[in-house]
Design a protein around this ligand. Sequence first.
Ligand code: HEC
Length: 123
Amino acid sequence: MTRVFPMVVMTIIITTPAIVMANSAGGKAGFSTQRGEELWNRKFTVSGQPRSCATCHTSDPRLAGKHLRTSKLIKPMAPSVNPDRFTDQRKSEKWFKRNCKWTLGRVCTEQEKGDLLEYLKTQ
Ligand code: HEC
């Protein structure tokens, strides 16, 4: 236990620093709801198409979104109306990776993920 525990902690810190920090430090790690909100609504051009997080999730995280291509309903992102959000770290990481790549054309930095999470969690 004494040897395994630090390893587990290390692994978690190395793989998901932004989420760990946002969860444990409550935003004290230098994340900003304002920057998160700005990034959430910022338009990027990828493959000649304007894209933003709000494209599928709407600019109000408390509202249900709709998938741009499949028109499938996406439940609200704000934990205040959808308490299931951000309870599964693996799920959050998976979607951050996939959606950042699609929307920004690259993965989000730890700073960007932390800002986005800080913004979304307080909605
Ligand atoms: C093309 C549509 C689309 C765009 C654009 C999009 N998302 Fe998503 N997002 C989804 C879908 C679909 C899901 C999974 C279904 C669900 O969780 O309701 C999802 C889920 C998520 C989750 C998982 C939340 C959880 O429950 O833990 C996060 C985080 C997320 N998106 C963040 C983002 C961010 C940040 C952006 C912008 C960089 C973004 N999304 C842009 C479609 C999109």
